[in-house]
Structures are given as C-alpha cells and as structure tokens.
Design a protein around this ligand. Structure first.
Ligand code: SAM
Length: 264
C-alpha cells in the first residue's frame, strides 16, 4: 500500500501561500455572512495545502484553483451553518464525503460535533483519515464502505445520527435511500443541491415518504463572487425507515424508488 503520509514534491503551480487562502476565506465568510474566527481560517489554509499534496494520487477534486476551492468547496460546505443545531455532541454523518465536503468544513467550524465520514473509495478514505489527524480534529472518524451496506437493518450506524449531510453524491430519489436510514427519528437530512433543486424534490417525493421522511423546506443560498446559487433540501425523519431499505448496493441507483412503474 502507498504511504500517503509521505511528503510529495511540490508542484509550484499548485502551491498557494497560506495567507492568500486566508484572505480568500476572510472575503468568502464576510460575503456569505458566516461567523468564522481567525484561528479557524488558518485551519482551512492547512486543509487547502493538504488537498494540493494529495490530489494527484487520490483524485480528490477537479480543480485546485484557490478561488474555486475556497468558494465552491469550503464556503459551499458552510452554507448550512445558519440552520443551527450544530451543538456539542450531536452526531453528524457525511455520506459520500470524498475529499471531506461538507463534513470536514463543518467539523472545523463546529469542533464539538461528532463527525463520521462515510466514503466508498479507499484512497479518499485514506485522505479523510489523514486530514482529520493533521488538522487536529478530535471526535471525527472515517468509515470505508457503501451507504447501502452501512445503513442496512442490523448495522450499528442505522438510525444513529442527529444529522446526515450529502453533497454531489446522487440525485435526490437515490440519495434519500442512501441517507434517511441513518437518521434518528426527529433528526434531519440536509441534501446540498445546486440551482435546479425543485424538479429533484418533486421527483423524490414518494421515496422520501417511503423512507419515513418529510420535506420540511428548501433553503436557497448564494455563493460569494457570483460562484452560483445553491439549495439546501431539509428532510425530517418522522418515522423509522422500513427494514427493506436501503436495498442492495447498486440497486437504488439502478431502480430509484418511484410511485409506479418502478419495480422496487
Ligand atoms: N461529497 C463530496 C463533495 O461534495 O465534494 C464528494 C462528491 S463525489 C462527486 C461523490 C462521492 O460519493 C465519491 O467520493 C464516491 O466514492 C462517494 N459515493 C458514491 N456513492 C456512494 C455510496 N453508495 N456509498 C458511499 N459513498 C458513495
């Protein structure tokens, strides 16, 4: 197995001085109205440096441009801060965390939450474990595997989280089958979606109901510097998810839950 903690030669084109990342973060949080202290800005600068070091090997994100990373990944991940509820001890699961979005930025902003990152790709899991360690984020853990397996009946992770988040993992009818089984009754699932959330929300209505959920609201938000519009789809868990969900790995994607015509 490769040693991912090993220092790799820097590509000078990919290097960005920490103070530049800090300045972009300061601008981003100011424009988005996110209350983030100076100490935490420094943690984001270190996160950026580690993304640059690992990106070639672990295929983490498409672009390492500092503005894109800061506005489209860091700030985007924090847009849900306004919803509140990130108190000490709440258990947050990030399904399909990839390079850590949105779970790691939320853990930086709210260090007292318990973060679990679930990710199917081994190299990304290695990165996630590394980043939690180097950023000194205690109370965080990483699980390698698929949502369909870890959310299944009998899994210790099932109905075990106050909050579940997911960004850029699947369309909503599929995503709710991955995510709602992990949410405790009374908890919420937040799906980070782009500008065109409305058709996905209506397409997912039957699946949400089948999984024991109810769409509470869709909260629009804007990224700074015109980086785009976002929607946070807030789904409450009002009943336990039936034991037959999630179905076997790959089935939710192949045959999304539908009101009629779909053989579920
Ligand atoms: N959430 C991150 C972000 O916003 O940058 C990563 C997005 S990436 C496009 C989707 C990630 O979800 C990939 O890392 C993939 O391995 C993971 N993934 C997809 N389906 C999954 C599943 N069923 N269970 C766990 N992880 C999954």
């Amino acid at each position: 197995m490769k040693d991912f903690d090993m220092e790799v030669p820097d590509n000078p084109d990919d290097r960005e001085a920490p103070e530049n990342i800090g300045n972009l973060m300061r601008e981003g949080v100011r424009e988005a109205g996110i209350p983030l202290g100076e100490e935490k800005i420094g943690i984001f600068a270190r996160y950026y440096q580690e993304l640059v070091k690992w990106n070639g090997r672990a295929n983490l994100i498409g672009t390492l441009g500092p503005e894109e990373v800061v506005f489209k990944h860091f700030i985007d991940s924090l847009l849900c801060w306004r919803l509140g509820g990130f108190e000490q001890g709440i258990r947050l699961l990030d399904v399909g965390a990839g390079a850590g979005f949105p779970g790691v930025p939320l853990k930086i902003m709210f260090p007292e939450i318990e973060l679990v990152a679930l990710e199917a790709t081994r190299k990304k899991v290695d990165f996630l474990r590394h980043i939690l360690a180097v950023l000194g984020l205690g109370g965080g853990s990483v699980i390698w595997g698929r949502a369909e397996d870890h959310g299944a009946r009998g899994s210790p992770l099932r109905e075990n989280f106050d909050r579940v988040v997911a960004r850029a993992v699947a369309r909503l009818p599929i995503l709710v089958e991955y995510c709602l089984p992990f949410v405790k009754c009374g908890g919420i699932f937040i799906a980070f979606k782009g500008p065109l959330a409305a058709p996905e929300v209506s397409e997912a209505g039957f699946a949400v109901e089948q999984l024991g959920g109810r769409v509470r609201e869709v909260v629009p938000a804007s990224l700074p510097r015109g980086y785009g519009e976002r929607n946070l789809v807030i789904i409450e868990k009002i009943r336990p998810s039936p034991g037959r969900f999630p179905r076997r790995p790959g089935i939710p994607e192949k045959r999304p839950i539908r009101c009629s015509g779909g053989r579920n």
